[in-house]
Design a protein around this ligand. Sequence first.
Ligand code: BG6
Length: 315
Amino acid sequence: MAGAASVERVTDRTTGLEKFVLREARGSSVEVYLYGGQVTFWKSNSGQQLLFVSNKANFKPPKAIRGGIQICFPQLGNHGVLEQHGFARNRFWSVDESPPPFPVSSSNCHVDLILKQSQEDLKIWPHSYEFRLRVALSPRGDLILTSRIRNTGSDGKPFQFTFAYHTYFSVSDISEVRVEGLETLDYFDNLQSKTRCTEQGDAVVFESEVDKVYLSAPQKIVIIDHEKKRTFVLRKDGLPDVVVWNPWDKKSKAMPDFGDEEYKNMLCVGAAAIEKPITLKPGEEWQGRQEICAVPSSYSSGQLDPELIRRMHTI
Ligand code: BG6
C-alpha cells in the first residue's frame, strides 16, 4: 500500500540470498539478510545509504558479508577459542514467527529472526540457546537492533559469551571524521596485544589503523562526518563497551573482500560486551540494544547542531 510502512521477504537477484526489506512511509528503508542476520543496507529518508558494504563483499556462505552490521556472537574478535567474531555472522537465521512480547515495543516496521544451536555447532560451542534478533525501522528512519539471548540448556550449566554489533558506517572521508563520547576512556588496543591504554585526545580521530575496544563507554556516542555534514548518534543499552576499527591502507590490501582504498569511506563503531563476558544460567535471558540515527550536522568548534541535540535527547 502506497505511503504505508511495509516488510517484504525477497530473494536478492544478485546474491541469490533471501532478505527482508523494511520500508517506512517517509522513505527510509533497511535490508536484512537471513544469512548472518545481517543488516546490509540502511537508507535515510533523503535516500542516502548510511552503512558501508564493500564492493568486493562476498555474499557467498560460509564467508561473512563485509559490511553492514555483523552480529558477533558468541565471541568477539579472537577473545576466545572460536573462529574470529564467532559463528552467528555466518549462519542462516530463521524467521521468528512468534517472538515473546517486548517490554518496550519498538516500531511496527520490523522483522524478528532467530538462531539456535545446530548439531554441528554443539561440537564447537556445547550450549543450547535461543538468540532472537529484532531489526526495526522507526517512522523517522532510526535503525534499532535488539538482541535477546536465552540459555535454554537443560544441563543446569551456565554459559558465557562476548558480543558486538560490528557496525560499518559509511563516511565521506575517514580523515575528516571524529568520534565523541570515548575520550578519556580506557581501551584495549588490539594492535598492541590488547594492552590496556587510556584515550588522551578530546575526540577520537583517524590518521592510521585503529583497532580498539573502549571500555564502559557512555550510552551515547556520536560519529561526526565533517565533510558530509552528517552525524550518526549511536545509543546502546546492555552493552557497556564499544569497538572501533579502521584497517587503513596496509591491512585493506591484505583483505580479499575489501577494496584497497575503501578504508577511506568506512568506519566501524559498534556497541559491544567484551571486557566482562555475559553469563547466563539456564532459563536466564540477556538483552542488548543498539539504536542509530543519522542527522544533518554543522559541527564547528564543539557546537552541535540543535537538531542533533534534540534527537540525542529523544532517541
Ligand atoms: C575488528 C578486529 O573488530 O574486526 C580486527 O578487532 C579485525 O582485528 C576486524 O581485523 C575485521 O574482522 P574480520 O574477521 O571481519 O575480517
